[in-house]
Design a protein around this ligand. Structure first.
Ligand SMILES: [Fe+2]
Length: 313
């Protein structure tokens, strides 16, 4: 597909300093600011480069989202598609920008290098009848390095106008729908990953979570354990495995109230013709196994406050 990745996002939060400290703990690498007190904190991932900016906003929200394409022909196509949707665009030599009418998030489709991930073989797992690791302890119990997310995998948004947002991203930007949850949400991709964006119906537009890829399920566990050792209040939901996308997950909460997820082993769709989107409902639309999701995962505790804020703004 002409789209190939998420590039970067900007998150607006009331307190940049504490939120930035959280994402440093999470394993993102702070990109050094030059001089003074930065009003924007920037972070990179191992494979994705600079992918997160955190800046001030009165209420937590996603301010913008970047999507990578290969060349200017792709930008032309997006500009034409937006024109058909009667969405205004701003075009430069390297990007097309437009605002999603559903969430009011600014989306920047930009020419960007593809994510090149160093191949990471699955660890050797012993199983009944298969000894893959002879005379050796599991690699996971001897790992001593910090967990470092490889890339930003997906972003999940609540939209007060889910249909408009889905149309914007599919018909305008060019995302493909991988799976849907009946009357609630669409999982969409702009790469070979099962989803890079999930938009769900909500009473108010808000950022539900960002999700960051790590090597394997042990890295999901190690990363979360380290975050919880520093502050148990960060726990939201995990460890579990989703059915939609198949990925292992563990969700934590940043000081502004955004959830952040470590994930591993997500489904990859390399041939669109060989993937059949499903329509999901009930508990399996949330997970395959794991502890039951807390009510605050479905409806974050600050949602009422965000609604009040959005009505008064
Ligand atoms: Fe997720």
């Amino acid at each position: 597909m002409p789209l190939h990745r998420l590039t970067r996002i900007t998150m607006g939060v009331p307190d940049v300093r504490s939120t930035a400290a959280y994402y440093g703990d999470f394993g993102l690498t702070r990109v050094t600011a030059t001089g003074g007190t930065p009003d924007v904190e920037r972070f990179s991932t191992v494979d994705g480069g600079e992918q997160l900016a955190i800046t001030h906003a009165p209420r937590r929200r996603l301010l913008d989202l970047g999507v990578g394409v290969d060349d200017s022909d792709d930008l032309d196509r997006v500009a034409r598609a937006m024109a058909r949707l009667e969405v205004e665009t701003v075009r430069s030599a390297t990007a097309v920008e437009a605002v999603d009418p559903g969430t009011h998030i600014r989306v920047r489709v930009e020419i960007a290098p593809r994510v090149e991930s160093r191949p990471t073989p699955a660890p050797a797992y012993n199983a009944p009848g298969v000894i893959a690791r002879e005379n050796a302890r599991a690699d996971a119990v001897t790992r001593g390095t910090r967990v470092r997310p490889r890339k930003l995998g997906h972003v999940v948004l609540g939209s007060a106008d889910q249909e408009a947002t889905q149309r914007f991203f599919t018909e305008g930007v060019g995302f493909k729908v991988s799976d849907t949850v009946k009357d609630l949400a669409a999982f969409m991709r702009c790469s070979t990953d099962h989803h890079n964006l999930l938009v769900q119906r909500a009473p108010v537009t808000f950022l539900h979570h960002t999700s960051w890829q790590v090597d394997d399920v042990d890295e999901v566990g190690r990363g979360a354990a380290e975050m919880l050792e520093a502050d148990p209040e960060r726990h939201v939901w995990g460890l579990g495995r989703h059915a939609i996308g198949s990925n292992f997950f563990w969700y934590l909460k940043d000081p502004a109230g955004n959830f952040s997820e470590y994930y591993a082993d997500i489904d990859c769709i390399v041939d669109d013709a060989l993937w059949t989107p499903g329509v999901w409902e009930g508990a399996r639309s949330l997970y395959q196994w794991g502890p039951p999701p807390p009510p605050s995962f479905l409806a974050p505790e600050d949602l009422a406050g965000l609604m009040t804020g959005s009505h008064s703004s």
